[in-house]
Design a protein around this ligand. Structure first.
Ligand SMILES: O=C(O)CCC(=O)C(=O)O
Length: 480
């Protein structure tokens, strides 16, 4: 395969591949991605059938590697290649049914709550319009369009909900750092830290119109007009109900994320239909649309979404209204995108490909136990617990306000993060400590869980650490 060295910007270009992708040799891409980008592995052509993009760890791979999807498995490599060529893949059986069910109940009741709040705002508007017609224009427009921080109406009878995103299920480390999805996302985004740009739920509401499809669109543009880059942002959908053709699945033009294919009319379009609890990953640049939900039983189709991006990426195109639809006492904290530096979450029971009863209840915030925890003897655990309790209660040291730029968000436009405080915690009997660094926008349970995994501390410790971080974050926020 001919490889051309571009003298000007030191890019390796692989002209045989259609379309070509270039990489800078200075970038430290992790190995599977690099093998594809350098041409050592061949990127497959865009898929023409849904089955072509259905790739996940097989039963043996899930059992062999209880913790997460390993990069050296053939299925992982295949998924990376398909994603690069098609711009989308989906993986069956990613979330346990009990998790899907409880999440479905929560998001459905939140949606009803927000619709009721919208009705309250409508009633208030009528009163305001009589009292002071000049000052109701903006509220009237938001209500008419349904354009609020928590709820936005979209074409194709869609409602896009972002409510209480700093609590479960959106903050469950096992979802954000999912053991199957996160390794793939991280690999495709270059192997380093990634930003969680935003998350939420997309409802496809039932409609009687057959062609109430969304317009074809891309979530983000290509970065350059003259060359294709590897993915910079990936959206992950988790359907919370089974996605049959009538339930309004998302349709894709595989391959359309790349320049040469964008207007290629030989590309085949298809919808991805999959079970509740599967994961659909797609490149921000791919052409896609939500199709009409013609469910005979008038059922809604909610789908969780998580957008992960390279840490330098700032999404200026998908900004949202700051106006809240809920009354002040129900407002949830403002969304702040955050950098994810942690590892995929090991969840033994999720990785079995059979839906065993899950002891992880996102609503109760009780965290899953790893196999090691279950097998390790109780004495060791209680000793460790004593040790860490002592560590948190008496021996941590707080370094406040290490750095605080003027920007209000956790990641400012230069990608710089704002450190709230640091916490030194004793992690071994001999007094050895490790530092937890907490940034604005961080989620306490996420930080605590990652810290416990890294330092091999028992899961019982997560709650304690979470509370400590949370209270320090509150005091840091109130003292700012
Ligand atoms: O609901 C769907 O199937 C896709 C929604 C979507 O792509 C959007 O609203 O941007």
């Amino acid at each position: 395969m001919p490889i051309v060295q571009d003298d000007v910007c030191n890019h390796i270009i692989i002209p045989e591949q259609s379309p070509c992708i270039s990489i800078s040799s200075a970038m430290n891409y992790s190995s599977v991605l690099k093998q594809y980008l350098s041409g050592a592995l061949k990127i497959p052509p865009p898929a023409t059938l849904q089955e072509d993009v259905c790739i996940g760890p097989n039963i043996k791979e899930r059992q062999d590697h209880k913790k997460n999807w390993q990069r050296d498995t053939s299925s992982f490599k295949k998924a990376v290649g398909s994603f690069l060529g098609s711009g989308c893949v989906y993986i069956n059986n990613v979330l346990p049914k009990s998790f899907v069910q409880s999440t479905l109940e929560k998001v459905s009741s939140d949606y009803i709550f927000l619709k009721n709040e919208l009705n309250e705002r409508r009633k208030e508007l009528l009163i305001l319009q009589m009292a002071n017609p000049r000052e109701t224009h903006h509220l009237a427009a938001s209500i008419q369009r349904v354009d609020f921080r928590e709820l936005v109406q979209r074409d194709g009878s869609r409602a896009d909900m972002r409510y209480q995103l700093s609590s479960s299920p959106y903050t469950d480390p096992a979802l954000v750092y999912n053991p199957i999805v996160f390794p793939l996302v991280k690999e495709l985004l270059g192997g380093g830290d990634v930003t969680l740009l935003y998350c939420g739920v997309m409802f496809a509401n039932p409609t009687n119109e057959n062609n109430d499809n969304q317009n074809w669109h891309c979530d983000g543009p290509p970065l350059f007009d003259h060359i294709d880059t590897p993915p910079y942002c990936i959206n992950v959908f988790y359907p919370l109900v089974d996605l049959s053709q009538e339930m309004g699945p998302t349709e894709f033009y595989p391959g359309s994320h790349l320049h040469n294919n964008f207007s290629n009319d030989t590309l085949k379009q298809f919808a991805i239909c999959s079970d509740a609890g599967s994961a659909i990953l797609f490149d921000y640049r791919i052409k896609h649309r939500g199709t009409a939900n013609n469910s005979k039983s008038n059922k809604q189709r909610p789908m969780l979404y998580f957008a992960y991006a390279q840490t330098w990426y700032v999404d200026r195109r998908n900004e949202r209204s700051g106006k809240s639809v809920v009354g002040p006492k129900y407002e949830s904290p403002k969304w702040v995108s955050r950098v994810l530096s942690g590892e995929p979450m090991p969840i033994m029971k999720w990785a079995n490909n059979v839906d065993t009863k899950c002891d992880f209840d996102p609503r109760k915030n009780n965290h899953p136990r790893t196999e090691e925890d279950i097998n390790s003897n109780n004495d060791t655990n209680s000793k460790k617990r004593r040790k860490v309790t002592e560590a948190v209660e008496s021996s941590y040291e707080m370094k406040k306000n290490v750095k605080r730029p003027a920007e209000e968000t956790s990641i400012n436009s230069t990608g710089e993060r704002w450190i709230l405080f640091e916490l030194d915690v004793m992690v071994e009997d001999n007094g050895k400590t490790a530092t937890i660094r907490v940034y604005s926008g961080d989620i306490p349970v996420e930080i605590a869980t990652q810290f416990c995994i890294t330092h091999n501390l028992p899961n019982d410790y997560i709650g304690l650490l979470t509370e400590t971080i949370e209270s320090q974050m509150n005091s840091a926020a109130s003292s700012s």
